[in-house]
Ligand binder design. Structure first.
Ligand code: G3H
Ligand code: 13P
Ligand code: ZN
Length: 330
């Protein structure tokens, strides 16, 4: 059993309280490897932003749980070496069982998500409550979810989305004891968040998605004032990356995300954690593809992972400074 406190990590409690009070959101960036971790930490140190390092169960399988724990501990030391002891959370993204959440807590995670959103309501309540009871013994914070996001990724799949019902939130939060609640108001996972027929097209022919359901968010906030809300599926799918990818041998069709202005708006409310994974994937892929096409003789991984890391860092800093408003809040 390793306590996150011994690794220099923090849980989300104080971070979220300050974010709600200050009208900004904490970035939750997913990582699977060293370059992504370096980019996240160096960007957040330069922006002086608190950060949530987020690990999915797929990432845990990919990178190895022991290595991930030491990487998170390394991230804390790396931030200090770069000159700023920013608050860092190690969070399990989309935990799907009590056993997985327990194992992460026992391995040094400071926060876990138990995603029972696809279960019948009472089963979601029971599972979430069980995780909360275990986690709180170790001062680990827990995110639950109500409502279903559409989208398909390695470990997260849902055919049909449905919005969070504001009538459920008081009951869910009080019965489970969760520390934060992920809701569904029109975001979705991946780089193809909406079907073209759900969108309109602007003058340049770029897909414009339907707006987020701020009316539902307001209704939820009314029922649980000041309670930390989380938005998943919040990548904006920058079209400049899509263009680079497609002009350098890629084949991304109809990729569309959530406009950054809408995320900025959400961050001003009780939304205090915004999850971004796909934008990082696009930034990395664009940078790597560019090197492969422009310099085909290159075969030193540092020559393509280095530029990918630089592009990621730029993206993450931009998110903290211009979208989430977390810059300067560490
Ligand atoms: O919401 C899911 C994250 O983007 C993680 O995706 O399961 O493919 O690692 P993954
Ligand atoms: P995106 O696919 O929009 O980056 O969402 C990531 C996410 O919600 C991780 O939990
Ligand atoms: Zn998610």
């Amino acid at each position: 059993m390793v306590s996150y406190k011994d690794l220099g990590l923090v849980n989300t409690r104080e971070m979220f309280a300050k974010a709600i009070e200050g009208g900004y959101a904490i970035p939750a960036f997913n990582f699977n490897n060293m370059e992504q971790m370096q980019a996240i930490i160096s960007a957040c140190v330069e922006a002086s932003s608190p950060v949530i390092l987020q690990v999915s169960s797929g990432a845990r399988k990919y990178a190895n749980q022991t290595l991930l724990r030491y990487m998170a501990q390394g991230a804390v030391e790396y931030a200090k070496e770069l000159g700023k002891n920013i608050p860092i959370v190690l969070h399990l993204d989309h935990g799907n069982s009590f056993e997985l959440c327990k194992s992460c807590i026992d391995m040094g995670f400071s926060s876990v998500m138990i995603d029972g959103s696809s279960l019948p309501y009472e089963e979601n309540v029971a599972l979430t409550k069980k995780v909360v009871e275990y986690a709180h013994q170790f001062d680990v914070t827990v995110e639950g979810e109500l409502g279903v996001l559409a989208g398909v990724e390695d470990e997260v799949a849902a055919e049909h989305s449905h919005y969070t019902d504001p009538n459920d939130v008081v009951d869910f939060v009080s019965k489970t004891g969760v520390d934060s609640l992920a809701i569904s108001i029109g975001t979705s996972h991946g780089a193809n968040k909406f079907k073209p027929e759900q969108c309109t097209r602007n003058a340049e022919g770029i897909l414009v998605p339907p707006p987020l359901r701020f009316d539902i968010l307001k209704e939820i906030e009314k029922r649980i004032p000041g309670f930390p809300i989380v938005l998943h599926g919040s990548s904006s799918v920058p079209q400049e990356y899509v263009k680079i990818i497609n002009s350098h041998g890629g084949a991304l069709k109809d990729a569309v995300g959530i406009p950054e202005e809408q995320l900025r708006e959400a961050a001003k409310s009780a939304v205090c954690k915004i999850n971004i994974d796909s934008d990082g994937r696009l930034a990395m892929t664009a940078a790597v593809r560019k090197v492969f096409v422009d310099s085909p003789a290159e075969f030193d991984p540092r020559k393509y992972l280095g530029p990918a890391r630089e592009e990621l860092k730029k993206l993450y800093k931009h998110k903290c400074e211009n979208v989430l408003g977390s810059a300067g809040k560490a």
